[in-house]
Design a protein around this ligand. Sequence first.
Ligand code: SAM
Length: 231
Amino acid sequence: MNTTELGTLYIVATPIGNLEDITLRALRVLSEVSCILCEDTRHTKILLSRHNIHTKTESYHARSADSKLRGIAERLERGEDLALVSDAGTPLISDPGSPLIMYLRREFGQNLRIVPVPGASALTAALSVIPVPSGRFTFLGFLPHKKGRQTAILGMKAAEDSQICYESSHRILKLMGELDTFYPEARVYLARELTKQFEEVLEGTPAELQVLLTERPERQKGEFVVIVSKK
Ligand code: SAM
């Protein structure tokens, strides 16, 4: 194989809500690559059309078959430059991408250029407005839905640093109830709908947040980053 011919795979961060939250470099890369691999092509096309980008799109998601990975490797072998995006924020941060990158590293080793094009992530957006004591934190991604959930919550309590997780609207009230049971003294921040119309940050003990979410059920809607601190 002539490795000098290999294309480049760009891992491109896209907005988490506000379509203006994308870098100039991301826009240039997305318009220059031969194809954009999208978690959901329909979703990404809204962003592309807003920025007048006409690059071809193709789906790549968590359930993509091995043949898809092979196909992507072959395109890179032919020298095509590709971009990977997820529906929102930074790919691989609780989003598809890891199996693809592991596969490509196995196939090409260090010969393949995999280039980050950084930008928005709900994690860093939340951390930029919420004071985390001592600046140290652990990111847990999504907590397990069933098996291992209680262990994860007890782990949050035992931890020395702030604990950050993503949570869906379906489980946000449930999570506050679980924290109230196992870690009632926690200081909890809910960063909701960041960069969107109903953006807000709620703060309190798990019991106080249960009240806030129940009094105004519309606050249970949307997307959440949860930060749990000792004080
Ligand atoms: N890769 C993305 C990133 O870099 O943030 C995260 C993708 S993960 C599948 C989606 C989760 O991220 C949501 O369930 C929510 O917990 C969080 N999230 C995404 N957008 C958000 C927003 N605008 N405000 C608050 N949380 C958000």
